[in-house]
Design a protein around this ligand. Structure first.
Ligand SMILES: [Zn+2]
Length: 381
C-alpha cells in the first residue's frame, strides 16, 4: 500500500510539466521515479525466530542507527508487539515481514518497554498500520516520554550530521575496500534516517498502568508489570506464563547493559523480582533469544560487583579516571564463566557499529562504559 501510494506520485505532482516534457525528459523523470520506488521497497531489518509456540522474536540486524528487537505474541485473533524501533520505516519493514513469515492477524497492542528512542521512535507507524491498536506502557514511561521525549528525539536527529561527518573523515582515511564499503554504508543509512525523521514526532502511549496489567486472551495470558527501576525509571516486562516467556526490554538482554539513564543500585532487586516469574525463555530488547535463565543471575552478579567497586572508590574519594585504570574485564570475577565472552559475542554479532572493532576492544569498552555509569549514577535519587 505504501509503495502503491507513491507509484503515481511523480506524474501526479508534475502534472503539466509531465505532459509538456519531451521524450528524453520523460525518460529522465522515469529513471528518477524508478530510483525513488526502489528506495521505498522495504528492506529486511530483522531475523524472526520462534521463541515458543505463538511467540516470536524479531532480532534487529545491525544498523548505523540501532533498532531494538521486537517480541511478537500471537493471540487467538490478533497480535501484541513489544517495542517499536528507531524509525517508522523499521516498523513498516517489520510488519511486512510478519505478514510474510508469520501471520496476517492484525496488530492489536503495541507495548513500549521504556522511553528510549530505539524502542519508541517507530511508534507513529503503528498509528497508520493499525489505527485501532492500543499503545501500552507504564505511567512513568508515558510521563517521561511527555517530558523528555521531544527533546530526546530532537537531540537524536541533531546528532546524526556530526556522526556522518566523522564517518566521512574515517572513510577518507580508510585503507581497505572493506572499511570503505562499511563507512559508505553507515553514511547512507544515517542520511536516510535523517531524511525520514525530519517530520516525525513523539507518539505517546494511550493505555497506561502503574504496576500490573493483565491481558487474558484465548491463546494465553500476558502479564505486563513494572518490577522496579533499572535501565530507566519505567521499564516493564511482559510475561506469558503458559509459554514461559518474558519479553524483558533492556532490563535483561544480550548486550552489555546501558546504564546512562539507569539506577544501578535498584537494578539487582528488579532482576530478583523478575526471577520470581516462572520463565524459561528470555526475549530482550537487544541481542539474541536466551533459552536459559542463567543470564539473569550473571547480570545481577555483574551489577553487584560493579556497585561494590564503585561504592568503595567513591568512599575513598578515588576519581573515576583513576578507578578506570585499575579495573579491566580480566579483573572482574562476574565476567568469568563465559559471561563476558557471551556479551561480547552478541554485540559483535548484532551491533554493526562495532563491526571494525576487535572482541577485546568491545569488551573493554563495555566494561569502561558500565563502570563509569555505575560510578556516576551511584546516588541517583
Ligand atoms: Zn534499547
Amino acid at each position: 500500500m505504501h509503495v502503491h501510494s507513491r507509484r503515481g506520485f511523480l506524474a501526479t505532482t508534475l502534472g503539466a510539466a509531465w505532459v509538456g516534457a519531451s521524450m528524453l525528459e520523460r525518460s529522465v523523470l522515469r529513471a528518477a521515479q524508478a530510483r525513488a520506488q526502489s528506495r521505498t521497497e522495504l528492506p529486511t531489518l530483522f531475523d524472526i525466530e520462534k521463541v515458543a509456540d505463538g511467540v516470536y522474536a524479531a532480532i534487529a540486524r545491525g544498523r548505523a542507527i540501532i533498532n531494538s528487537n521486537a517480541v511478537i505474541f500471537e493471540n487467538a485473533n490478533d497480535l501484541l508487539i513489544v517495542d517499536a524501533h528507531a524509525a517508522p520505516s523499521a516498523v513498516h519493514a517489520l510488519v511486512a515481514q510478519i505478514r510474510r513469515e508469520i501471520t496476517q492477524k492484525p496488530v492489536r497492542y503495541v507495548v513500549t518497554s521504556h522511553l528510549h528512542g530505539d524502542h519508541t521512535q517507530g511508534l507513529p507507524a503503528y498509528r497508520s498500520i493499525a489505527p485501532k491498536a492500543d499503545i501500552v506502557a507504564c505511567a512513568k514511561t508515558r510521563d517521561l516520554l511527555t517530558e523528555v521525549g521531544p527533546s530526546r528525539l530532537k537531540a537524536a536527529v541533531e546528532a546524526v550530521p556530526r556522526s556522518i561527518e566523522s564517518f566521512q573523515q574515517r572513510l577518507g582515511a580508510a585503507k581497505s575496500a572493506q572499511e570503505k564499503a562499511y563507512y559508505a554504508e553507515m553514511i547512507a543509512q544515517s542520511r536516510a534516517f535523517l531524511e525520514e525523521m525530519r517530520d516525525v514526532t513523539v507518539e505517546l502511549p494511550n493505555v497506561t498502568f502503574t504496576d500490573h496489567l493483565a491481558i487474558h486472551d484465548k491463546a494465553h495470558d500476558l502479564h505486563l508489570s513494572f518490577r522496579g527501576r533499572g535501565h530507566t525509571a519505567g521499564d516493564i516486562v511482559v510475561f506469558c506464563p503458559q509459554k514461559k516467556v518474558i519479553a524483558s526490554g533492556d532490563l535483561l538482554h544480550g548486550f552489555f547493559p546501558t546504564i546512562g539513564d539507569g539506577y544501578p543500585r535498584d537494578w539487582p532487586a528488579t532482576l530478583r523480582s523478575m526471577s520470581e516469574l516462572d520463565f524459561e525463555h528470555v526475549a530482550g530488547g537487544h541481542g539474541g533469544v536466551q533459552h536459559t535463565r542463567q543470564r539473569l543471575g550473571q547480570l545481577k552478579a555483574y551489577f553487584e560487583e560493579l556497585i561494590d567497586i564503585a561504592g568503595r572508590a567513591r568512599q575513598e574519594g578515588m576519581p573515576l579516571d583513576r578507578l578506570q585504570q585499575t579495573i579491566t574485564p580480566a579483573t572482574l570475577k562476574s565476567l568469568g564463566g563465559g559471561y563476558g565472552d557471551y556479551l561480547t559475542g552478541e554485540v559483535k554479532r548484532l551491533d554493526v557499529r562495532v563491526h571494525l572493532n576487535t572482541p577485546a576492544e568491545v569488551m573493554a569498552r563495555g566494561v569502561r562504559d558500565n563502570l563509569s555509569a555505575v560510578y556516576r549514577n551511584f546516588d541517583r535519587a
